[in-house]
Design a protein. Structure first.
Lengths: 244, 201
């Protein structure tokens, strides 16, 4: 068995004295692990840092085997990311989220979204908005997508500013006014392209929205909570000058 | 079917030696044979030294270093700068810094770095003890001497956040071009970090 794909490193674990087990998010083969021989050596260690994009060749005798990766660098971002607090917390948080997906299950859109976020980590507020959208997309990939296209009560497509915590559907300003204290806020940046950095309040509403549904649908059934890295990432983004 | 060429005691010795870092079954067999040949000059003193180490080695309750006394030799050395704490992931890092005579300060050994893939969280590391030490009156600076890996730097940022309430200066090791390093052969990550953290010349 053999395939070649692009992969974003999510984590590396030492194996024996010189090898490493590397976890990558690939474009066509989903989240995949493999053994990199010599992965603990100084030549390969810089390549196997989370956030780097590699060309990986996977080989194994049988499909169910762990298999061996041979790797080649495409885009080594980790060195630049690890000096910024929000970027490094984002890496940790995204890795934790991706581990909710089953191994070897292809999710090309998730790979593209992850690559896009990592490209924008120099702009904290834009990256944060992309991560909120990523969390929504991940919920959808897990089978718990929210319906934010039209109002659950009136069917209108305009002025959607709330989300029902019960149904996960959007609610318009007019229809939701009576229950505003019980509804989650729907930030405007989830409705279209993210051209300008959202305000800190919008980001808070976005993270509250996705955090609520991630906890309810994806984490609590597994006996888990939202990762500490997520809270640290949000705090670091709020501290960053661009979010002010 | 292979037959045993030595008694169970020797086989056991070989098996135990093969568990040491750097030794495989073949090299363990050679090491065992060497020890057996030098029974009086090497094997016996080694066994005694290991027994003494088992009896006396303790983990320092102040810094997490290993020594034969508690507090350790580093912690009770009054000639060291008491105002600086160097945070390292492991005892091997402490030994490396001491070998280099890099700094004459005290240390704090975390016992690893945060690693979600290995399931190592903040509660598994000696971070609470570090925060308590940072609130001590004599500590003015904390140097985060952690690996230039994503796990190492995640730990560094986490500790920086945890030390927010302490009145200390938090610094970390520079990232960049190593001595003898040629730019052409460096990875992009190191080059990018070196450019971002350039200093006045």
């Amino acid at each position: 068995m053999e395939w070649t794909d692009d992969g974003i490193v999510l984590g590396t674990r030492r194996h024996g004295e010189s090898s490493a087990i590397v976890e990558v998010m690939t474009r066509d083969h989903g989240r995949h692990l493999g053994l990199v021989r010599g992965g603990s050596a100084s030549r390969l260690r810089p390549l196997l840092q989370p956030g780097n994009v590699l060309r990986v060749v996977w080989r194994a005798r049988l499909d169910e085997h762990l298999g061996n990766f041979t790797v080649d660098a495409i885009n080594l971002r980790a060195g630049g990311l690890m000096i910024q607090a929000h970027a490094i917390y984002a890496l940790t948080h995204l890795g934790t989220l991706l581990r909710l997906l089953p191994e070897r299950d292809p999710h090309e859109s998730v790979f593209s979204a992850l690559d896009d976020i990592l490209d924008h980590l120099d702009a904290p507020a834009i990256a944060a908005a992309l991560i909120v959208r990523f969390e929504l997309d991940l919920l959808s990939e897990l089978g718990f997508g929210l319906d934010l296209a039209s109002c659950a009560a009136t069917g209108t497509l305009d002025d959607l500013i709330y989300v029902s915590p019960k149904s996960g559907r959007a609610v318009s300003r007019e229809a939701g006014e009576a229950w505003r204290d019980k509804l989650l806020q729907l930030p405007a940046f989830l409705g279209g392209e993210i051209a300008t950095p959202p305000s800190p309040a919008e980001l808070e509403h976005g993270f509250a929205l996705t955090g609520y549904f991630l906890a309810r649908h994806a984490l609590e059934p597994r006996g888990e909570n939202l990762a500490d890295a997520r809270a640290h990432f949000i705090a670091a983004v709020m501290r960053a000058p661009a979010a002010a | 079917m292979p037959t045993a060429v030595a008694g169970p005691e020797i086989e056991r010795l070989i098996q135990l030696l093969a568990r040491l870092p750097g030794l495989g079954p073949r090299s363990a067999r050679r090491a065992a044979l060497h020890l057996i040949k030098k029974r009086e000059q090497l094997m016996s003193p080694l066994a005694s030294a290991m027994q003494v180490a088992i009896d006396k080695i303790v983990v320092c309750k102040t810094c997490g270093n290993i020594d034969t006394q508690n507090p350790c030799t580093v912690c009770i050395d009054t000639r060291r700068d008491q105002s600086v704490l160097v945070v390292v992931a492991d005892v091997s890092d402490l030994w490396a810094l001491e070998r280099a005579h890099a700094i004459n300060a005290r240390y704090h050994v975390l016992g690893g770095t945060l690693s979600p893939l290995d399931g190592v969280g903040p509660q598994d590391l000696s971070i609470d003890a570090l925060v308590a030490r940072a609130h001590g009156e004599e500590v003015k600076e904390i140097i985060l001497a952690l690996n230039a890996t994503v796990d190492g730097q995640t730990t560094a940022h986490y500790i920086t956040d945890m030390l927010g309430g302490a009145n200390v200066k938090v610094t970390r090791l520079a990232h960049g071009v190593p001595v003898g390093g040629e730019l052409d052969y460096l990875d992009e990550g190191t080059l990018s970090a070196a450019i971002k953290q350039r200093t006045l010349f």
